[in-house]
Write a protein that binds this ligand. Structure first.
Ligand code: B12
Length: 160
């Protein structure tokens, strides 16, 4: 499409003609994709033995291939499968030393995700790692986590 007035009424500073000239940011790797725990948070204060419908996440299945194709090492950590989510995350981060840790969020998992993201951000600061948030909650309320200084970036909508 011809780039004419795109830049005049768009908040994006580049018209479509300039888009190809914007250098892509350098790919940072490894990337750790984390699903924060939902079940433990929901049932945590009860005596219920937690049974949950954990199924592989389609969102990460969509995010991983373009990262792999771009040459990144990618790992997925599903904390709904862990008995000790904060410990499991801390150990995985210590072992992998990821350049980017991405958390997916639903509203119900957000309080726990925010706490884990904050702790991870401190843990990866020594090697200048970044924490990114995506998923339905982050897409609905992108300003919230940024204002609370939880993460470095929020991705709205499809992450790939
Ligand atoms: C399929 C589905 C399910 C399936 C999941 C199957 C599976 N294996 O993944 C089942 C039936 C299990 C399910 C259960 C629940 N679901 Co559901 N589900 C959906 C549905 C219909 C589609 C999700 C999907 O797979 N999309 C396709 C993938 C490719 O997209 P995606 O996951 O959104 O991921 C993309 C982006 O969000 C983004 N992204 C996601 N994470 C990240 C992370 C990073 C770092 C980045 C950069 C980007 C990024 O990039 C991804 C690729 O494009 C959505 C509605 C919808 N239309 O989105 C509701 C939806 C996600 N579910 C919802 C809810 C509430 C639930 C339950 C809590 C319901 C309940 N009370 O039990 C449970 C939670 C279970 C759990 N532990 O997660 C809500 C969440 C609302 C909210 N505010 O958070 C939604 C949005 C429906 C709605 N409108 O209310 N669900």
């Amino acid at each position: 499409m011809e780039d004419t007035e795109a830049s005049s009424n768009s908040p994006w500073p580049y018209g479509s003609a300039e888009l190809g000239k914007v250098p892509a940011p350098a790919l940072r790797s490894p990337v750790l994709l984390v699903r924060p725990p939902m079940a433990a948070q929901a049932y945590g204060s009860t005596r219920a033995r937690v049974m949950t419908n954990v199924a592989p996440m389609a969102g990460f299945a969509a995010l991983a291939p373009p990262l792999l194709e771009a040459g990144a090492e990618v790992r997925i950590l599903d904390l709904d499968l862990s008995e000790d989510p904060p410990g499991a995350l801390r150990r995985e981060v210590a072992e992998l030393e990821p350049a980017v840790v991405g958390f997916t969020t639903q509203t119900a998992s957000y309080p726990g995700a925010a706490a884990l993201a904050r702790a991870t951000r401190e843990q990866i600061a020594p090697w200048d790692g970044r924490v990114v948030l995506g998923g339905p909650h982050a897409s609905a309320l992108p300003e919230d986590p940024l204002h609370n200084d939880v993460v470095d970036a929020v991705v709205v909508g499809e992450g790939e």
